[in-house]
Write a protein that binds this ligand. Structure first.
Ligand code: PEP
Ligand code: MN
Length: 337
């Protein structure tokens, strides 16, 4: 770590700063660069708090030379992490499609989708039971009953299930859910992330509406440092100045997250665009940039869906998408579940 001192720094303040650092077992070497005085710090500098150093009257700037090691980093774990549930896997060459409705609505709806998913090469079945809706007057989800219907659909299809948790107090209800989703709105609900770090469930962590990749990765760290290594990252579009789509899909997030971490990275083209006809081109682009999977919203009757009908594919559209994706996934060297 390097500390650049203020030009006006008083000798007594610099001496007090050095004494404070020595007391923390940090070695300090004083150097000059032109008229600027700098302190080169060695030792356990990752334990130092930059904000506290910046508050010191002698300090102009604090520069970290080496970042503290992160559990998500490839320095710690060079190989791709593979998250496995039953026969389904994601990451390290395993490509997973997670498909299902935005909201679980009825047993009949879930039966239809369970059959469709099982015959099309889908790896996981999704369905929202607790829905984060912008308006309190919109459908809020079937809650615990929705999770029960999803569990029935797992029995029918043999596919593991994915559902979103919105509150830490609901955790016991998710005992039979195979992958717990943390939605965009909760990406920085740190207490929830800490609690999920203490579970043994794989976590699907979606990027926040206006979150940087650094913030997404730090949220993943909350889960990893609690002892849960099974985190899947999901790019689902971010807020930009472009109004013609619901969000802007940030495809460059995929290679960048693969560079920054060893975690599987999937793409959700449905929430990214908010428009059903855009799902196919965006899904294909996601495969081409190296995504480890896709999350796609499918509904038996999109015009009557209780949430996100405009972006949901009907069964015919979904089957066509899967047919087109299969050879592309193979072309890019991955294996569909
Ligand atoms: C969802 O997947 O149902 C959802 C609400 O997604 P997001 O958190 O990305 O908006
Ligand atoms: Mn949705």
């Amino acid at each position: 770590m390097i500390i650049v001192l203020n030009h006006t720094a008083q000798k007594s303040d610099v001496a007090a700063l050095c004494a404070d650092l020595h007391a923390q077992n940090i070695q300090v070497r004083c150097e000059h660069s032109g008229t600027t005085q700098i302190l080169c710090l060695t030792g356990d500098t990752h334990l130092l708090n930059e904000d506290r150093l910046m508050a010191h009257p002698a300090v102009h700037k604090v520069l970290r030379v080496s970042e503290p090691q992160r559990r998500s980093s490839r320095e710690v774990h060079p190989a791709d992490t593979i998250v496995t549930v039953g026969k389904s896997a994601v990451g390290g060459g395993h490509f997973a499609v997670i498909a299902g409705p935005c909201s679980v609505e009825s047993a009949a709806q879930m039966d239809q989708l369970a059959q469709l998913a099982a015959k099309t090469g889908v790896g996981f079945l999704r369905g929202g039971a607790f829905k984060p809706r912008t308006s309190p007057y919109s459908f809020q989800g079937l809650r615990a009953d929705g999770l029960e219907l999803l569990e029935h659909a797992r029995c029918k299809s043999g596919l593991p299930i994915v559902s979103e948790i919105m509150d830490i107090s609901h955790l016991p209800l998710f005992e039979n859910v195979d992958i717990i989703q943390v939605g965009a709105r909760n990406m920085q609900n740190f207490e929830l992330l800490k609690a999920l770090g203490h579970t043994n469930k794989p976590i699907l962590l979606k990027r926040g509406l206006a979150a940087t990749l650094e913030e997404l990765v730090m949220s993943a760290e909350y889960i990893l440092c609690g002892g849960n290594p099974n985190v899947i990252l999901c790019e689902r579009g971010i807020r930009t100045f472009e109004p013609s789509m619901r969000n802007t899909l940030d495809l460059s997030a995929v290679p960048m997250l693969h560079h920054m971490t060893h975690l599987p990275v999937i793409v959700d083209p449905s929430h990214a665009a908010g428009i059903a006809w855009m799902v196919e081109p965006l899904a294909k682009a996601a495969v081409a940039v190296g995504a480890d999977g896709l999350m796609v919203e499918v509904h038996p009757d999109p015009p009557h869906a209780l949430s996100d009908g405009a972006q949901s594919l009907n069964p015919t559209q979904f089957c066509k998408l899967m047919e087109q994706l299969r050879p592309e996934i193979e072309f890019f060297g991955k294996q569909l579940n």
